[in-house]
Design a protein around this ligand. Sequence first.
Ligand code: SF4
Length: 374
Amino acid sequence: MPINSSIKPKTPARFQQALFKWFDQHGRHDLPWQQAINPYRVWVSEIMLQQTQVTAVIPYYQRFMESFPTVQALAAASQDRVLAHWSGLGYYARARNLHKCAQTVVNEHGGEFPRNVEALAELPGIGRSTAGAIASISMGLQASILDGNVKRVLARIHAVAGWPGQTAVANELWDIAERYTPAERTGDYTQAMMDLGATLCTRPRPACERCPFANHCVARAQGNPTDYPGKKPKKEKPERQTTLLLIEHDGELYLEQRPASGLWGGLWIPPQLEDDDGGEASAQEWLAAQDLDAREIQPLPLLRHTFSHFHLDIHPVWISLPSKPTRVAEGASGWYKLRQLDRPRSAQDLGLPAPIAKLVKQLVALREPLLAPC
Ligand code: SF4
């Protein structure tokens, strides 16, 4: 389709009118965080929804709210318990910041979220867009958001070229977002923009024929909506290797807690040999260095886990020991019943990263006949 230079985006008032009309008929109104709205519930949902789809978030959100119904309950919980509720959602820094932020709100703000965007954005893990979502949805303040969905919608309507990770592009999108944000119904406006991006102006297949902005969208007029927003310049993801030692004695697995920050920070994992693809041979060397004899050693199938910035190839080796060594490592560690580690996340007291939970399942299947019920 040729570029139609007569296409002009709507004025803010007409933009809002068209959006509300669409939202009232087609928006989502029964998501769990749209019930009993308060800053705490909105905040938790916004953090969970970063980098994660609504359908995946819903069960996590419900379990989280059952266990931590208030910011006070979350602040008082142990980090292990918070991470256990996050196990499988990924991007664990979000959970650690969530916990830290709850403690800041309780200790420094008397348990109430501050009622302005700037103060909200100073809390741990809350950026400008999340602060805007909390302020508009739960406080009715005139505050803008610019999450991934909104960036996409606005970049398309205005044909804003370039990758939004670049400051100039982000600034242009923020200006547009602020221009359109109304003084009334700000919560509905925020929700409507997110819904439009998630359900209609989707990344791969925008349903332009059903869009309230179809006749005013420059990218549509150009015939190339999926060219917006511009993509991040591509870099190949590097591959890393690790040998993971699943040390077991009579149905109990030895785990160590990762340091609080960094990869899988605060979560519990078996000992790992970093930058090592030796598998069983490396496990043998490790046992010899520790002066330990194994009853049985068995390599398990290679497991690839992809993080945002690299692939991790995990070479798991199951090592059955005839007795528990007195000391394996410095730092927090312990022996845990495999059956208990294999329980649903809501019943866990330890945070396990998703690939470790998978390996536990394999180990339980392998050891099934020998494991006592927990
Ligand atoms: S017309 Fe198409 S590309 Fe433009 S905002 Fe609507 S769905 Fe997105």
